[in-house]
Every structure is written in structure tokens, then in C-alpha cells.
Design a protein around this ligand. Structure first.
Ligand code: SF4
Ligand code: SF4
Length: 241
């Protein structure tokens, strides 16, 4: 591993990151620039950092109408996002000190309230870096933690060693499709040439979130994060040890 890359991973892990990977994003540059703007074309690499959520909180999400459950999950979600943004900033500063450019993308951000998208989707570099695959839930699914992990991204022109994209492993599973209360997922598997709408009607999830916010004071649902067997399997095996 390159010395700078080694140092960046150490910074991330020391500050609480559970996953660290680097993607060659030149293969997806047109798609990235269409969403986030032409200024992103100067970046050939993306560093993907992930922090695992707590199973003790995600395991309760089947009670997704219980206020204690919702607000505890929301608190965790915000804390993890904020830590990811902090790590992304420190990584970007270290890259800048090495005379390269770095552009951190916040863990949770929407730049288009109609399409409900950010500067880039964090799932894309995480998948290209080999950290997981994009599931039928449109979440990034990791082999060890399922979707129970949040990501942030740092775009850079610093030359780094890159991973290899991970192929999907949803196979015949449809648990996220079946549990979604508003049927936001179509059940289609990820195909990079399809638009997101082929797999996910984001507006249905957003509308459900709005109605929950009006009724309960908080809209976050998380059933699709809870149900994925890749995350539950890990949680269950830890409980039995
Ligand atoms: S968060 Fe809830 S409503 Fe939204 S897609 Fe997931 S299961 Fe469906
Ligand atoms: S619940 Fe099943 S279908 Fe959905 S993302 Fe997880 S493995 Fe894939």
C-alpha cells in the first residue's frame, strides 16, 4: 500500500471508521458529472469510509412506530453522519497537505429536493472500491454488516491503490421489497445502466417519511435497513456468542 494511503486509512480507523476503500471512478465519470457537475471531472479517485451502526438500535426498528425506537435511531444516524463528516474533513486536509486536491462529500446531503439525490451517491464509490454491492433496497450492502453502515466519500486526484467492484449477492432474497410499507422497491436487481427509478420509487419513501413526521414528529423509518439478512445474520451470531 502507498504510504499516503496507509496514513489516510490509519486516520480513518483511529477516528472510528469500520470500513475504508478506494475506488477508481473514471469508469463512472460521466454519470458522476451529470449528477454533481462538471467540476468533479478532475477527480479520478474516491475514498469511501464507513461507520457501522449499532445492532442494539437497528434490531429494534421492527417497532418503527415506537417513539423511543425512532428517536434513538435518528440520534444514532445523526451522530454517525457527523463523525463521518469529521473524518472526511481530516482525510481531505491530509491530502491537501500532500499537494493534491480533495473534496469531501457529506454523509447525508440532498442537492435536489425533487430527485432526492446528493452530489454523488456514496454507494457508487463504495461499490467500485469493493466494500459491498447495491442491493434491491438500493442500499449499499456489505458482506459483514449488510446495510447497517453509513458512508461518506472524499474525491481526490491523489494517486491511490484501488479496489475492485463487488458483484451483487441478493440472489433470491426479497425481504426488503416485502417489508417496505409503501412498496417503494420494485424488486429489480441493480444494473448500472438503469436509472434508479427502475428499482426504487424514492418519492414513496419520502412521502411516507413526511407523513410520519407530521404524525410522530420524526419521519425516519429504516425497516429496509433492519430486515436485510446480511446485517441480521451478523447481529444474531454476535448475540449467540
Ligand atoms: S425507509 Fe421504510 S419506507 Fe423508505 S424505502 Fe425503506 S422500508 Fe420503505
Ligand atoms: S434484504 Fe435481501 S434483497 Fe434486500 S438488499 Fe438485503 S439481501 Fe438484497
Amino acid at each position: 500500500m502507498l504510504p499516503l494511503q496507509n496514513e489516510l486509512e490509519k486516520i480513518a480507523r483511529k477516528l472510528g471508521a469500520d470500513m475504508f476503500g478506494v475506488a477508481d471512478i473514471t469508469v463512472a465519470q460521466d454519470f458522476i458529472c451529470k449528477q454533481g457537475g462538471e467540476s468533479l471531472r478532475k477527480f479520478s479517485y474516491a475514498i469511501s469510509i464507513g461507520i457501522r451502526l449499532l445492532d442494539s438500535i437497528v434490531d429494534e426498528l421492527h417497532r418503527h412506530k415506537d417513539l423511543t425506537t425512532i428517536f434513538t435511531y435518528k440520534g444514532l444516524y445523526n451522530t454517525v453522519n457527523s463523525r463521518l463528516d469529521h473524518i472526511a474533513l481530516l482525510i481531505a486536509k491530509r491530502i491537501q497537505r500532500a499537494d493534491y486536491q480533495a473534496y469531501p462529500i457529506p454523509a447525508s446531503q440532498s442537492i435536489d429536493s425533487d430527485k432526492l439525490i446528493g452530489v454523488i451517491s456514496h454507494k457508487l464509490p463504495a461499490n467500485l472500491a469493493g466494500l459491498g454491492w447495491i442491493g434491491k433496497s438500493c442500499l449499499l450492502i456489505t458482506p459483514d454488516f449488510g446495510p447497517r453502515i453509513r458512508f461518506a466519500t472524499i474525491l481526490t486526484n491523489a494517486p491511490l491503490n484501488t479496489g475492485h467492484p463487488m458483484n451483487g449477492k441478493c440472489n433470491d432474497c426479497s425481504e426488503c421489497v416485502n417489508i417496505c410499507p409503501v412498496k417503494a422497491f420494485t424488486g429489480a436487481s441493480f444494473n448500472p445502466s438503469d436509472p434508479r427509478e427502475v428499482r426504487f420509487h424514492a418519492y414513496l419513501c419520502d412521502r411516507y417519511s413526511e407523513s410520519r413526521r407530521a404524525k410522530l414528529g420524526e419521519g425516519i423509518c429504516g425497516l429496509c435497513v433492519y430486515i436485510c439478512p446480511y446485517g441480521r445474520r451478523n447481529s444474531e451470531s454476535e448475540e449467540s456468542t
